[in-house]
Write a protein that binds this ligand. Structure first.
Ligand SMILES: [Zn+2]
Length: 330
C-alpha cells in the first residue's frame, strides 16, 4: 500500500494499525474501531483518503448501531436482492425520487424510513406487496425484473425446505405403479445408503417404526388415500427439483435394486433389519407405534452393510438387496 508522506515529501509504503476510539456525536458516546496509517520510512502518521473514508464509515455505523438504524450496505443489499434501482425503489415507497440515492451516499435515514427499509430487507412478502401495490409508479420493465427476483428467492426457499418432498417426487418419476408402502421403504433405503456413502443424511425428518415398516409421517398422510393401490401423482414435476446429480444417481440405483420388489417384500426386508427391530423392541407384531427409528441406529446399520459388502459405488447395493431377498425367500 502506498501513500504520500508529508514529512518524507515522497510516495511511501505505509502500514495500518487499528485503534479503539470513542467519540461524542449527537449527544452519544460512540465506541468504534478506527484505522491509522504510518509511513514505513519515518514512522509518522500519514493521511490516506481511503482510510479516512473507512473511519467515517465505522463512526457512522457505530452511530446507526446505537440508534438501531439501517446501514448503507444493508440498503445496497436490498437493491441487489430485489434487482431494483435506487430511483424506482424510492418511487415504489412513495418517497422523493432522490431519497435512496442520498441514503446510499451516506445521509442517515429517519427512524420510520429506516424501519421500512429494514422490513423490506427481512421479508420478501412485505416487499412483494409494496411492489404489487405501487407498480404503476415505476416502469413495467423495472416491475417485471424485480418481481422475477422475488419469485426466484421464494422458489429457493421452498425447494430448500422440502428435500423429502423432492425425493418423493423423484421416486414417483422413476417408478411406475408404486404403492405408498413401497414408496416409504425406498425412501428409507435412500436415507440409509445416502448416509453410508456420503456421511450425511439426505432428510432431516425422522422415520417412524410402524407395524408395516419404516414410515415418513408427512409422506404417509400425503398419499394415504391410495391405501394399497399405486399412487397416481397428477402434478408430477421434476424440473428444477431440489436434488443434486449424485443424489439422483442414488435414487436410480435404489429403484433399480429395490424398486423391483413389491411393497410386501420390502416390508419384510426392513423388518429383518436392526434399526426397525430395535425401535420396536418390546412391541407386539402389528402393534401400532410412532416410535422414531434412531438416526444413530440407521447410521451404524448402513455403515456395517456398506462395509460387509465392500461397497465402493452405488451399483454395489445390488449385492445387498439380492442377498436380503434370498435370505428371506429362498
Ligand atoms: Zn515518512
Amino acid at each position: 500500500m502506498k501513500g504520500f508522506c508529508e514529512k518524507c515529501r515522497n510516495i511511501v509504503e505505509y502500514s495500518v494499525k487499528t485503534v479503539n476510539k470513542e467519540k461524542l456525536l449527537k449527544g452519544k458516546n460512540l465506541k468504534y474501531i478506527s484505522k491509522v496509517a504510518y509511513c514505513n520510512e519515518c514512522k509518522e502518521e500519514i493521511f490516506v483518503p481511503e482510510i479516512r473514508d473507512y473511519n467515517l464509515n465505522a463512526l457512522d455505523n457505530a452511530y446507526r448501531d446505537s440508534e438501531d438504524l439501517i446501514k448503507v450496505n444493508d440498503i445496497e443489499k436490498i437493491l441487489e436482492k430485489y434487482n431494483i434501482g435506487k430511483r424506482p425503489l424510492s418511487l415504489l415507497l412513495g418517497w422523493g425520487e432522490g431519497t435512496l440515492t442520498r441514503y446510499i451516499d451516506g445521509d442517515t435515514p429517519t427512524k420510520p424510513y429506516s424501519e421500512i427499509l429494514k422490513q423490506i430487507l427481512a421479508s420478501n412478502d412485505y416487499y412483494r406487496e409494496i411492489l404489487e401495490r405501487n407498480k404503476d409508479n415505476i416502469s413495467s420493465v423495472a416491475y417485471r425484473k424485480s418481481m422475477a427476483a422475488v419469485d426466484s428467492i421464494n422458489m429457493d426457499a421452498v425447494s430448500e425446505t422440502n428435500k423429502l418432498e423432492a425425493a418423493t417426487q423423484y421416486l414417483l418419476f422413476l417408478t411406475s405403479e408404486i404403492t405408498p408402502l413401497a414408496l416409504q421403504k425406498l425412501l428409507y433405503f435412500v436415507q440409509g445408503f445416502h448416509k453410508a456413502f456420503t456421511d450425511k443424511f439426505i432428510f432431516s425428518e425422522d422415520c417412524e417404526a410402524w407395524a408395516h415398516g419404516p414410515v415418513y409421517r408427512d409422506v404417509f398422510y400425503k398419499y394415504r388415500e391410495y391405501g394399497y393401490n399405486p399412487i397416481e401423482e397428477k402434478d408430477l414435476s421434476i424440473d428444477n427439483i431440489n436434488l443434486t446429480e449424485s443424489e439422483k444417481e442414488l435414487f436410480y440405483y435404489i429403484v433399480l435394486y429395490f424398486g423391483c420388489y413389491s411393497g410386501k417384500v420390502l416390508e419384510d426386508m426392513t423388518h429383518s433389519e436392526v434399526p426397525w427391530r430395535k425401535a420396536r423392541h418390546g412391541l407386539k407384531a402389528g402393534e401400532s407405534s410412532d416410535r422414531i427409528i434412531n438416526k444413530a441406529d440407521i447410521t451404524s446399520y448402513f455403515y456395517s452393510v456398506k462395509d460387509k459388502y465392500k461397497m465402493l459405488n452405488y451399483i454395489d447395493i445390488k449385492d445387498y438387496s439380492k442377498d436380503l431377498f434370498n435370505k428371506l425367500y429362498c
